[in-house]
Design a protein around this ligand. Structure first.
Ligand code: ADP
Length: 455
């Protein structure tokens, strides 16, 4: 069911419910009024007749004559007057006798002073009447045809009004729902033409402050993010192909030159050694790309467990030293560790080691002595790691870019690397809700500060 139809049905059903309730209340209130008024009318008519009989001494035969000659005798109030010993003093029409009074009824009237009840369609009132010290029991009964006709009229009017209002409400709500949802329909039309090739298209945000504007703004923000991520992906792919092409081309050229003519053994050896070195570069690159892909995963897909950061750092250090025996890595614990919780966090050991190895390798790689210092400390909320070197340093302009994938500063082009390390480390640290910052002075050295929250 479309939202438009759902809104229409809900609104119409709501109005129908209210109208029904309203109609029932009106009907019930008027029906009650009619009943009370008619009992009162019967009461008054009966008293008037009793006064005519007892006060004005109008004879019963005259009263009966008046009764018989009245229009629609059938629905006239029929009055009967008894004394308290159930002796009939007057009856409008004994031959019709709509209410069959019994001694019990008379007795009940005497005890209750007044009774009111229905006998079929007749309304009956019986009451005790005191006149000049004498008590009389009077009953009066009649059928309130007029009152019922009015009530029936009311019912018809209410039913017709009910259906007319419901039909009008249905069409009005269809119309208003259409109007209210028009901006959404426009939006859908616009969104349908947005594809991967024209991600620069945006929805009209208008200048309103309603939910539709909010939706358009949110959608546009999502398109911005998508466009940025598409651009980043494109750039990433073109960077990868460039990075892969360079060692591959070098390897092919080397091998082609070697095979052109007969060479001596030394030449072949050198050529194979170059090919191996290019191959190693490719392996390093693909490993880094794999790590990057892992770090880009959805956090929920990476297994996190309790990790001792000092252990991760010692592991990273020994792996770096194993890969580069000429490097020197000094580790310092700035504070005593009284509680192992101070350096424990929820994390992924493998990814954290990769991140730390990149920082340590860079520190050694970019300093003339191939030496760097790693210090560990903590505060209430975070474990803090400083990786410091007295190397070439990073120019201020480069500092903003070094965390972008494939970025390498001019000064580091001659050194081995592919520009993925720092962006990978940053991704991993952010994955652990941590932060990484760099402080560097060109020609003096660089310090990377990593903060990782305990939990
Ligand atoms: P790679 O080391 O493979 O070039 P990274 O992403 O690890 O790639 O580093 C990006 C760039 O940041 C490096 O090319 C270098 O210019 C700069 N850089 C990183 N660490 C240091 C450092 N400790 N000292 C000087 N420059 C650094």
């Amino acid at each position: 069911m479309t939202i438009r139809n759902r809104l229409t049905v809900l609104f119409t059903a709501g109005i129908a419910g209210l109208l029904l309730f309203f109609s029932l209340v009106i009907y019930w209130s008027l029906a009650k009024d009619r009943e009370d008024e008619y009992y009162n009318l019967l009461h008054h008519t009966a008293i008037t007749k009793a006064n005519l009989l007892l006060d004005a001494k109008v004879t019963p035969s005259v009263l009966q004559l008046i009764y018989r000659n009245a229009e629609n005798t059938l629905f006239q109030e029929e009055v009967a007057i008894y004394n308290t010993s159930f002796h009939l003093l007057y009856h409008d029409a004994v031959e019709i006798d709509k209410v069959k009074e019994t001694p019990q009824m008379i007795h009940q009237i005497i005890t209750d002073k007044e009774i009111r009840f229905y006998q079929g369609s007749l309304q009956v009132v019986g009451f005790l009447y005191r006149h000049k010290g004498q008590l009389y029991v009077i009953t009066a009964a009649a059928d309130d045809r007029q009152g019922y006709a009015k009530l029936n009229n009311l019912v018809y009017t209410l039913i017709i009004t009910f259906f007319v209002v419901i039909i009008l409400t249905y069409f009005a709500s269809q119309f208003f729902a259409l109007k209210a949802l028009q901006p959404v329909a426009d939006m859908v039309k616009k969104v349908e033409v947005i594809t991967a090739t024209n991600l620069d298209l945006r929805l009209n945000e208008g200048n309103g402050k309603d939910e539709i504007t909010e939706l358009a703004v949110t959608f546009n923000a999502m398109l911005n993010r998508l466009e940025r991520s598409f651009d980043a992906q494109k750039e990433f792919v073109s960077n990868i192909s460039h990075e892969l092409r360079t060692p591959l081309t070098a390897m092919l050229t080397e091998l082609q030159v070697t095979i052109e003519k007969e060479r001596d053994n030394l030449f072949y050896k050198e050529s194979i050694a170059h090919a191996i070195s290019d191959g190693q570069k490719l392996v390093r690159l693909s490993n880094s790309l794999l790590d990057l892909a892992k770090a880009n995963y959805d956090q929920t897909k990476i297994s996190f467990r309790r990790v001792r950061l000092d252990e991760v750092l010692l592991d990273a250090r020994s792996d770096v030293l194993h890969n580069h025996p000429s490097f020197k890595v000094n580790m310092v614990f700035e504070k005593d560790i009284d509680d192992e919780q101070q350096l424990t966090l929820m994390g992924n050991t493998y990814l954290l080691k990769v991140a730390m190895m990149n920082l340590i390798e860079n520190g050694c790689k970019f300093s003339s002595g191939h030496e760097c210092n790693v210090s560990i400390s903590y505060n209430d909320t975070d474990s803090i790691i400083h990786v410091h070197d007295n190397g070439v340093g990073i120019a201020e302009a480069d500092q903003q870019n070094i965390f972008n994938a494939f970025y390498r500063s001019e000064s580091s082009q001659h050194l081995k690397g592919n520009g993925i390390g720092l962006s990978l480390s940053k991704k991993i640290i952010e994955l652990h809700q941590g932060t990484i910052n760099v402080h560097s002075v060109l020609g003096e050295g660089t310090t990377f500060t990593v903060k990782l929250p305990h939990q």
